[in-house]
Design a protein. Structure first.
Lengths: 77, 685
């Protein structure tokens, strides 16, 4: 079964709504693009009917964001 | 998403296998009209679509007015299936009957999504049919990963739900006569869940839950991090402790080895003084006298060797032999010198002979004969030799060192000189040893003479014994500590290896705290986004509902002018033009409200889902009917399937829909046989 089933999550939200998400994410120092990708992944998994491995994927994404934050703090200091 | 076809096998009045196929909606043309009389199978088609999609869960849609417990779902479902089994279909050889449905959907991008369900009704147990469900996604059969049948079916149902959640199906596949239930002031939890799903909130909720799970995993890891950190601290302490111990051992070993060296030096000195016997006791007088004798014996040997060396040297060079050799060498040298000079002068003698006796010499009178000439030539040569340089008297008749050059003779002389020199050194060494032995013997003799009065000697013996004892102790300690050092060094190596691994593990865990922070921030972001989204979408929903209501309802027709929706539980509040709450809208108003809500939900949800309406106009008056046909149906969705009677959709209303119709289908029902046949026709170009 191919992986590109279903509609990306971003199409469930209008441009204004995605902009709202982006502004909230920036304020909370979260990567907006990463968040949209996570929503896309949820939607994709929902469409594929399989959620196996999703938590592990989320953890990897979170780790990447965390590593970037630490790196930015290191560069700033 | 659109519906491409529905295939029915022995379902209700649809005997055998029949297929209802829908052409692709085009711009502006999105309505498929299915005409049938009452009891002709329209509602059965709607039910077929819902059952094919959701299986047992379809009872939530079909009997949604009654809350059912889960165990009742199966009973209700089996009963419904039994009722739907066409009795006109043929049974198998053992009385088994089969029924099947296939719904072909087309997703965005033209990807097919096909759901097929088949039921077997055993003749012996027709109350509980067996069911199988399969799904094909984009041409490939979906293979469930679960083992048990129920789990596999649940997996497939989840796949379908992702596209058409069961709790929103009633908003898109509905009976017009029951639609009012959507427009209730208290929509109920199922509707709320459906609306959440339709408006995309479920996705945000699901992501929030998954992030929460991830955060819990990280917190578990954090506990592990704390544990690893403690273990790291303990390991570092162990390493430091062992290193300190090893340092202590090394310090002790250095000290003991230093002491051992001093002891060995002192032992050497004391032993050299000769006070101690091999058994470690003070030597007796007899021992000392014996030692003197041994020294004297040694001295005698040395003196004999010296005499021998001198005797060996003397015969090698007897005086007369040396003189004779020198005379011979000198005589040989004189002979060689004379011969050399003769060789140089011989050509002059020949020149003289040639001048006197040669062809150019003045001739004698009478001339000389050949024999006379030869005689005088020879005499001149001999006399020339005697006149110029008589041979030396000391020249030997037979040359002795003829074959030796002067360099070779010099080398022989040098060797002889070295031999003499070495022999002299040997003699000197022996004489020096003899002198030393003499001194030792003298000291020993003194000790013999003063044996009784020598207290120092006794003290030295005791001291030596004490030193040996201490030496033994030190060696024992050194060996013991050496072993301990070796063992602890191995322990240190193991601990350092363990420490390195722990440090690597700790490095990997160091992100954990930040990951927990990121998880919390994402959850907070999603919560804020969801709350804002809910408010904005509900506001938009209200506006859209009002927009469609204004379009569908004729002016001044009813009480409800405005709808407010609670963003949390979707409770509807109906208001009149004065802004006062209306508690009970009329049935027609409810239907208009419901249609408006459905349309608004479709607009806001951004899900491109088809709408299937059974008997859409049943409870409406003529004006409302025309509004629904002219204004609602063409805008309801990208694909609208209308199941209607000819009473609802008369020629006038069909003409209103003409420009929007894709195809037209007729359900021809034979009441005598209770069989319906599908007949389709295309509409327009």
């Amino acid at each position: 079964m191919s992986d590109d089933t279903g509609v990306p999550a971003r199409t469930l939200f209008s441009d204004e709504e995605l902009e709202l998400l982006r502004s909230i994410a920036i304020r909370r120092n979260v990567s907006a693009d990463a968040l949209v990708e996570l929503l896309d992944r949820e939607r994709q998994m929902e469409h594929m009917g399989r959620r196996h491995g999703l938590i592990q994927e989320l953890k990897l994404s979170i780790q990447a964001i965390a590593a970037e934050r630490i790196s930015e703090r290191g560069a700033a200091s | 998403m659109i519906i491409r076809s529905l295939t029915l096998e022995n379902w209700g009045p649809y005997a055998g296998t029949q297929r209802l196929e829908f052409a692709t909606p085009r711009d502006g043309q999105n309505v498929h009209l299915v005409m049938g009389n009452n009891g002709g199978g329209k509602t059965t088609l709607l039910q077929a679509m819902i059952v094919c999609m959701h299986g047992r869960e379809s009872v939530k849609v079909l009997d949604s007015d009654e809350p059912l417990r889960r165990e009742n779902h199966q009973l209700t479902y089996d009963r419904m299936l039994r009722d739907k089994l066409s009795q006109t279909g043929e049974a198998g050889p053992d009385g088994e009957r089969q029924m099947a449905l296939t719904l072909e959907l087309e997703e965005e991008g033209g990807r097919p999504f096909i759901i097929s369900r088949r039921w077997w009704f055993d003749a012996g147990n027709p109350e509980q049919p067996e069911e199988s469900v399969t799904v094909t996604v984009n041409g490939e059969p979906y293979a469930p990963t679960s083992g048990a049948k129920d789990d596999r079916d649940d997996e497939i149902n989840a796949l379908v739900q992702a596209r058409m959640p069961v709790n929103i199906t009633k908003f898109f596949f509905f009976d017009g006569e029951k639609i009012q239930s959507i427009a209730q002031s208290d929509p109920g939890m199922e509707v709320v869940r459906g609306l959440d799903s339709l408006l995309g909130f479920h996705l945000i909720e699901q992501l929030s839950k998954d992030i929460k799970k991830a955060e819990q995993d990280f917190r578990g890891t954090e506990r592990e991090e704390i544990k690893v950190s403690k273990e790291l601290t303990a390991l570092r302490a162990d390493v430091a402790q062992i290193e300190l111990e090893l340092k202590g051992f090394e310090s002790d070993l250095a000290e003991w080895r230093g002491e051992l060296e001093e002891i060995d030096d002192e032992i050497r000195v004391l032993q050299h003084r000769g006070s101690v016997s091999p058994t470690g006791d003070r030597k007796s007088k007899l021992d000392l006298i014996q030692e003197i004798k041994e020294r004297e014996g040694e001295r005698a040997r040395l003196r004999r060797e010296v005499a021998k060396k001198v005797a060996e040297l003397a015969p090698a060079f007897p005086a007369d032999a040396v003189s004779g050799a020198i005379a011979r060498v000198q005589g040989e040298q004189a002979l060689r010198t004379w011969q050399s000079q003769l060789d140089q002068l011989a050509p002059e003698a020949e020149k003289l002979i040639d001048r006197v006796l040669g062809p150019s010499a003045p001739a004698s009178n009478p001339p000389l004969t050949d024999a006379q000439s030869g005689f005088y030539r020879e005499r001149v040569r001999v006399e020339w030799q005697h006149i110029l340089q008589p041979p030396p008297e000391e020249a030997p008749d037979v040359p002795w060192f003829e074959e030796f050059s002067s360099d070779e003779l010099t080398a022989v002389g040098r060797y002889l000189g070295q031999l003499v020199h070495r022999t002299q050194d040997d003699i000197r060494d022996r004489l020096a040893q003899d002198q030393e032995l003499f001194q030792v013997a003298q000291r020993l003799q003194e000790r013999v003479d003063n044996y009784e009065a020598n207290a120092q000697e006794q003290a030295e013996v005791e001291r030596l014994q004490s030193l040996h004892e201490r030496r033994g102790q030190l060696n024992g300690e050194i060996e013991r500590i050496g072993t301990e050092h070796s063992l602890r060094s191995n322990d240190l190596s193991d601990k350092k290896s363990e420490l390195a691994k722990k440090e690597a593990q700790a490095a990997g865990l160091s992100l954990v705290e930040e990951c927990i922070n990121v998880s919390s921030d994402i959850e907070a972001t999603l919560k804020e986004f969801r709350d804002e989204l809910r408010r904005s979408r509900v506001t938009e929903l209200e506006r859209k509902i009002e927009e469609m209501m204004a379009s569908l309802a004729h002016k001044g027709s009813g009480l409800v002018d405005d709808v407010d929706i609670d963003p949390v539980d979707f409770r509807l509040i109906f208001k009149n033009a004065a802004g006062n709450e209306v508690s009970q809208p009329s049935a027609g108003e409810k239907e208009i409200l419901a249609l408006s809500m459905i349309w608004a939900l479709g607009q806001i949800s951004r899900r491109d889902l088809p709408v299937v309406i059974d008997t859409p106009l049943g409870r409406l008056d003529q004006t409302h009917r025309s509004n629904v046909v002219g204004r609602f149906l063409p805008q309801a969705a990208n694909q609208v399937i209308v199941l209607a009677t000819d009473a609802e959709m008369d020629d006038g209303r069909i003409a209103m829909l003409q420009d929007h119709m894709v195809d037209l289908h007729h359900l021809d029902h034979d009441p005598d046989r209770s069989v319906t046949t599908i007949r389709s026709e295309k509409v327009g170009a």
